[in-house]
Design a binder for this molecule. Structure first.
Ligand code: URA
Length: 431
């Protein structure tokens, strides 16, 4: 049996006591964990030590590169198009990938969106797209490359070969209360993006009530850390810091989010979804060498919609198919006239999840028709009896728990009261 160069307990003690791990130690730790030599309980102690003690800049870089090295790396050098990608840290009603990928690809660049499924209150892009009849998330590497060349946009499941150390580590963090640590989030996200091989990357880093990191200062620190990691690894990386205090758009769920995305691609849709889609598209195209793209024009004139239809059809989906609707609905109405001053993202995300739009365990199915349609946004004037939002599910016994989550999550105030939306949607730009 090969002799291991380090002792796991020594490394845990070093980090527990606030010391720094070397490149060789982190390379070994991640490799040994991936092959099963370092046990889950040891790695749990290590992630908690990292959570409590943090990591220096060099350690975060070494951890990220060790996770990249744990699996395969894709190579887009055979494509005739430049690659540009985006990653969102996740939020409530965040369907931006759906209009964004075809919009950006309609300018002749390749957008390789390797996505995940939702867990907890943030929805997964693949779950949303799977509400389109026939659409399939799994592609072979050959199909993936061919679609990037022909259509430009691909949204599909990330194969198990990319950064397998992250998949194992993320599962462990999820059940040990160690998700919300900047070194661990940054290395997790960036290892997958670096392994994916995109030339350019725009990060949508969310802060606020419905985000992983509620504190804007921590959102900024995460964004700066990830931009540095990407840049150092040769990926042109930039980040927008965006506000996730209020749900994005009017739809929270799966099929209803696809419907809203199609509205955006048809030149309509809620103004916040359009604003963020356009802002991210401009950044992605600028990094891909197209600084003056008429992004809003491509939504208005059908150019982006044509790419959407081709993208859906290439993965077996019918872009004209009717999307599922929930069997049962329940509408909540305004109990008084006034102004909607508050609509908290997190409770709305949890309520949609309880209606069946999300899953509690990785292996659970989702209800594609379940979710929430908002009829008013913070700042809107409402009259008594006006619908505020509609809950939808196939299982009406779910309404009570969803409504419980929404207790105190929205408020109608008087004209002139401050709107508690946390400020502008786009709060900063890094890189
Ligand atoms: N998304 C990831 O991929 N990893 C994290 O750690 C957090 C969000």
């Amino acid at each position: 049996m090969a002799v291991e160069p380090f002792d796991t307990v020594d490394l845990i003690r070093t980090k527990r006591n606030g010391g720094a791990l070397s490149t060789a130690q982190l390379d070994w730790l991640i490799d040994a964990y991936t092959r099963g030599y370092v046990a889950d309980e040891q790695m749990s102690a290590m992630t908690m030590a990292i959570f409590l003690r943090g990591m220096g800049r060099d350690e975060i870089r070494d951890l990220t590169l060790a996770m990249v090295a744990s699996g395969e790396r894709l190579d887009f050098s055979g494509l005739s198009k430049r690659t540009t990608d985006k990653h969102s840290t996740g939020g409530v009603g965040d369907k931006i990938t759906l209009p964004l990928a075809p919009l950006v690809a309609s300018f002749g660049v390749a957008v390789p969106q390797l996505s995940g499924r939702g867990l907890g209150h943030t929805g997964g892009t693949l779950d949303k797209l799977e509400s389109i009849p026939g659409w399939r998330a799994s592609l072979t590497n050959e199909e993936f490359m061919a679609q990037l060349e022909s259509v430009g946009a691909v949204v599909c499941a990330a194969g198990a070969g990319l950064a397998p150390a992250d998949a194992k580590l993320y599962g462990l963090r999820d059940i040990t209360g160690t998700v919300e640590a900047i070194p661990l989030i940054a290395s997790s996200i960036m290892s997958k993006k670096i392994a994916e091989g995109t030339a350019a990357l725009v990060l949508d880093v969310k802060f606020g009530l419905g985000a992983f990191l509620q504190d804007p200062a921590m959102g900024r620190e995460l964004a700066e850390t990830m931009v540095r990691l990407g840049t150092d690894a040769g990926v042109a990386t930039r980040a927008l810091l965006t506000n996730m205090n209020v749900p994005l758009g009017l739809a929270i769920g799966n099929a209803n989010e696809v419907r809203e995305s199609v509205d955006v691609l048809a030149g309509g849709g809620p103004s916040d979804v359009v604003e963020l889609t356009v802002a991210l598209a401009r950044e992605m195209l600028e990094l891909a060498g197209i600084p003056d793209a008429d992004v809003a024009g491509a939504l208005a004139n059908g150019q982006a919609m044509d790419t959407w239809r081709a993208m859906i059809a290439a993965q077996g989906g019918d872009p004209d198919a009717l999307l599922p609707v929930p069997r049962e609905t329940h509408t909540v109405r305004a109990t008084r006239a006034g102004v909607l001053v508050e609509q908290q993202a997190l409770p709305f995300g949890i309520a949609a999840w309880r209606l069946g739009a999300g899953r509690a365990r990785q292996q659970d199915p989702v209800q594609h028709a379940a979710g929430i349609d908002l009829h008013a946004k913070p700042g809107d004037t409402v009259v008594e009896g006006q619908p505020l939002f509609t809950l939808g599910t196939d299982e009406p016994e779910r309404f009570a728990r969803a409504l419980e989550a929404l207790d105190g999550a929205y408020r109608i105030g008087d004209a002139g009261e401050p709107i508690l939306d946390g400020g502008p949607l786009i709060a900063g730009r890094i890189g």
